[in-house]
Ligand binder design. Structure first.
Ligand code: AMO
Length: 442
């Protein structure tokens, strides 16, 4: 029996293989017995190979081929033959077949069924769902987006780091913290690497990024919130303003899309998705301008209000209609809305405004960040204003007492980016094994 190392994948079989013998392996997607001839569609990671058996050629092999359960794993040796009928232009005439793992019946989820299953059933049987090439395509595209992003950040001098996910204090408000037992202490799952990435700005590792899980105990079930998401975090020092930070957010969003378009065109075609490469710089509007635009478009909203899901969505529609842009910045959020963000720097000439920005993608926030407050005394004041227990944050504050350059950064939600890029109705489709209030298994 040939070893797995000698397996030929479906996409490797070319004209030169005609008349030659190969070993192929994969899942039995479909078995059709027409009496004297049978067709088995063997699916591997790249495509499907038709295995054609003739009863008169080898009755025992024919019997074996026609009694295989769908989705069983097979290793087949045989001869490649040119074929006008087979979709791929060739078929394999089998000589030996080994059933390496037999699939039970009924299947928990069809792989090629025309009737689509609901998302819950798909997620409950994710291993089966991922056998569908179009489901796998999402994660191949996601990987290419990250590849493009890493390439861009590395070329810009950013160093990839990893910070703890078991932490003693949260930075994004108590409501969404997951408490955990940590030996004889209480701890939390990190909501964001916020405190650590700022800490690093005082070290000389002053342009860093991290791509890691972040945890939020989100109580509401929405199509854009999950309890465990992948946060791309950036922090850079020696900046002059939030504009320096926005340039990096723009570079990431742009280069991720460009790389996906170049390196995952096959998967995009499979999903029927076109990616328009955005023009840079992305449009920028202030929060005040955004509110005026919403009001002009009939939304009941006042200056000082949160844009909310409805506002973000409407803004996305208006900007697409008026400017044809999918990605745009909303800048200068009022301090009143960012007060909980104790680390946000407020404008020196107008403390009621911050330089904080969101980057929205087709009506959904995917990035949030800005320049931080690096002056120790001001930072302490802002923390007091938020009734924070300074002792719990001593490790964070300490770094601000011994030389901390001006800095800024942001959190970029990878799943939201992929969701929007691929027009997925639910963020959960962009996560292999999503976590939410109701979902802990698989
Ligand atoms: P924020 O809380 O706005 O900022 O999060 C940054 C980005 O992370 C993504 N995100 C989520 N994605 C899916 N499910 C969730 N529950 C979820 N929560 C957040 C979004 C969001 O824009 N420390 C700051 C960042 C910074 O200032 O550096 C922070 O975490 O895409």
């Amino acid at each position: 029996m040939p070893s797995w190392q000698h397996i030929t994948y479906s996409n490797e079989i070319k004209d030169g293989h005609f008349g030659k013998s190969v070993a192929v392996g994969g899942w039995a997607q479909e078995v059709r017995n027409l009496g004297g001839i049978s067709f088995l569609q063997l699916r591997d990671r790249f495509g499907v190979i038709q295995i054609t058996s003739l009863k008169k050629r080898d009755p025992e092999l024919f019997r074996q081929m026609t009694t295989i359960q769908r989705e069983s794993v097979l290793l087949i040796t045989g001869t490649v033959k040119e074929s006008g009928e087979a979709k791929a232009g060739f078929e394999v005439i089998p000589e030996t077949v080994a059933v390496l793992s037999e699939a039970m019946t009924p299947l928990p989820l069809g792989v090629v069924d025309k009737v689509g299953a609901d998302l819950d059933t798909r997620l409950n049987n994710r291993f089966m769902d991922l056998r569908k090439p179009e489901t796998r395509a999402i994660f191949q595209i996601r990987a290419k987006a990250l590849e493009g992003i890493r390439g861009y950040l590395t070329s810009e001098g950013f160093v990839e780091v990893t910070t703890p996910k078991i932490v003693a204090a949260g930075a994004e408000g108590g409501a969404t913290l997951f408490p955990i037992k940590y030996f004889d202490k209480s701890a939390y799952l990190a909501q964001s690497p916020q405190l650590y990435k700022q800490n690093l700005m005082g070290t000389g590792l002053d342009r860093i990024f991290e791509i890691a899980p972040a945890y939020r105990a989100e109580a509401s079930d929405t199509v854009r919130h999950i309890a465990e998401f992948t946060s791309l975090d950036i922090e850079l020092a020696f900046i002059e303003s939030s504009e320096d930070v926005m340039a990096v957010a723009e570079g990431i969003a742009y280069n991720g899309l460009r790389h996906v378009k170049e390196a995952a065109s096959e998967q995009l075609d499979m999903l029927g998705v076109e990616i328009p490469i955005p023009e840079t710089p992305f449009p920028r509007m202030t929060y005040s301008e955004a509110i005026d635009l919403l009001k002009a478009n009939g939304m009941k909203v006042e200056h000082g209000d949160d844009l909310g899901t409805e506002g973000e969505k409407l803004l996305g529609d208006v900007i697409m209609r008026e400017r044809g842009c999918e990605l745009y910045f909303i800048t200068d959020f009022p301090t009143s809305l960012k007060r909980g963000t104790f680390y946000a720097k407020r404008h020196d000439d107008d403390p009621e405004r911050t330089g904080y920005f969101d980057l929205d993608y087709m009506g959904q926030e995917i990035v949030s960040g800005g320049q931080r407050e690096h002056r120790y005394d001001v930072l302490v004041e802002q923390m007091k204003e938020n009734s924070m227990d300074l002792d719990s944050f001593e490790f964070y504050l300490k770094a601000f007492r011994f030389g901390m350059p001006p800095h800024g950064g942001f959190g970029f939600g990878i799943e939201r980016y992929v969701q929007k890029m691929l027009h997925l109705p639910n963020i959960r489709e962009a996560v292999l094994y999503p976590r939410d209030r109701l979902r802990l298994i698989p």
